[in-house]
Ligand binder design. Structure first.
Ligand code: B1M
Length: 215
C-alpha cells in the first residue's frame, strides 16, 4: 500500500538527510512486520531520486547529496540485513558475479540487488564498485559464474558495460556467461544495442531475469 503515511515520513527524513530518523523508522517498520523492500521501494528510492533531481537542478549541493546518500546507505544496510536474515540457506545453483563498473562509485542499488540475490538462494560474488572489466572477467572465470551482472549509474560509465561485452567476445568467452545490466540510466534498448543478454529495471526484475536465464 503506497499510501501508508509512514512512507511519506520516511521519504521526508531521507530528503532532509536525517540519518538517525531514517534508521529509527526503518527499524520500526521492519519490527512491525513490514516487508523491508516495501519501505525501500515506496519511501527511500523515491526519496533519493528526489534528492538526485534537486541536485541535478542545482537546488541542492554535493555536501547535501552526500549526506542523503549516507542516510540511504544506513537504510540499505538495515533493509539488506533483514532481507538476508529472512531466508533459508538453500542454494538455487546459480552463481553470479556482480560489480559496479569502473569509474563509478554508486553502489546503493547494486548492494540491494546483491542482498535480494542472496535472499533468493543465488551464490553471489560481489566485487564492489569502480571495478575494471578485466577484474570482472577474471573473477567470473575463476568462480565459473553463470551470470555476470553490472551496474552503472553515470551516462559516462555505461560504456563499460559495452566494453565488457566486447572483451568477453574477444577473449572467446561470450558463450560461457549470461550478462545482465542495470542502473538508472540503463535501458532495454542499451542492453540490446551492446548485446547483453538481459536488462533489469530493479532488484526484483534482476532476480526474474537471472532465474529465466538459469533455466
Ligand atoms: Co551521484 N549522480 N554522483 N552520487 N547520484 C546521479 C547518478 C545523478 C543522476 C544525479 C543528478 O545529477 N541528477 C548524476 C549522474 C548524471 C549523469 O550521469 N548524467 C550523478 C552525479 C553527476 C554524480 C557525481 C559526478 C557528482 C559530483 O561529484 N559532482 C559523482 C560521481 C562519482 C562517481 O561515481 N565517479 C556522484 C556521487 C554520488 C555520491 C557518492 C554522493 C552518491 C553515491 C553513494 C553510493 O552509491 N555509495 C550519489 C547518489 C546517491 C546519487 C543519486 C542521487 C542516487 C543514486 C541511488 O543510490 N539511487 C543519483 C540520482 C538518481 O539516480 N536518480 C545520482 C537509489 C538506488 C536504489 O537506485 O542505483 O538506480 P539505483 O539501483 C536500482 C536500479 O537501477 C536497479 O536496481 C536498483 C534497486 O531498484 N539496478 C540494477 C541497479 N544496478 C543493477 C544491476 C542489476 C539489476 C538491477 O543487475 C546487474
Amino acid at each position: 500500500m503506497n499510501d501508508n503515511p509512514i512512507y511519506k515520513e520516511a521519504k521526508d527524513y531521507l530528503v532532509s538527510q536525517k540519518k538517525e530518523q531514517v534508521a529509527e523508522i526503518t527499524k520500526k517498520f521492519i519490527a512491525d512486520g513490514g516487508n523491508p523492500l516495501d519501505i525501500m521501494n515506496h519511501a527511500f528510492i523515491p526519496g533519493i531520486n528526489e534528492v538526485g533531481d534537486l541536485f541535478g537542478r542545482g537546488q541542492l549541493f554535493l555536501p547535501e547529496l552526500m549526506l542523503a546518500a549516507d542516510a540511504m546507505l544506513v537504510a540499505t544496510d538495515i533493509v539488506n540485513e533483514a532481507l538476508e536474515g529472512s531466508v533459508g540457506k538453500q542454494k538455487s545453483g546459480g552463481t553470479v558475479v556482480l560489480a559496479t563498473v569502473k569509474g563509478d562509485v554508486h553502489d546503493i542499488g547494486k548492494c540491494i540487488v546483491v542482498s535480494l540475490m542472496k535472499a533468493n538462494g543465488l551464490t553471489v560474488h560481489d566485487l564492489g564498485r569502480d571495478v575494471e572489466v578485466d577484474r570482472i572477467i577474471e573473477e567470473a572465470v575463476k568462480v565459473k559464474a553463470d551470470v555476470i551482472g553490472t551496474s552503472a549509474l553515470l551516462t559516462t560509465t555505461m560504456k563499460q558495460q559495452k566494453i565488457l561485452e566486447e572483451a568477453l567476445k574477444s577473449n572467446g568467452l561470450r558463450d560461457q556467461f549470461k550478462t545482465v545490466v542495470g542502473g538508472a540510466p540503463v535501458t532495454p534498448r542499451w542492453a540490446a544495442r551492446i548485446g547483453a543478454d538481459a536488462y533489469a529495471e530493479d532488484a526484483q526484475d534482476g532476480i526474474v531475469k537471472i532465474k529465466e536465464m538459469l533455466n
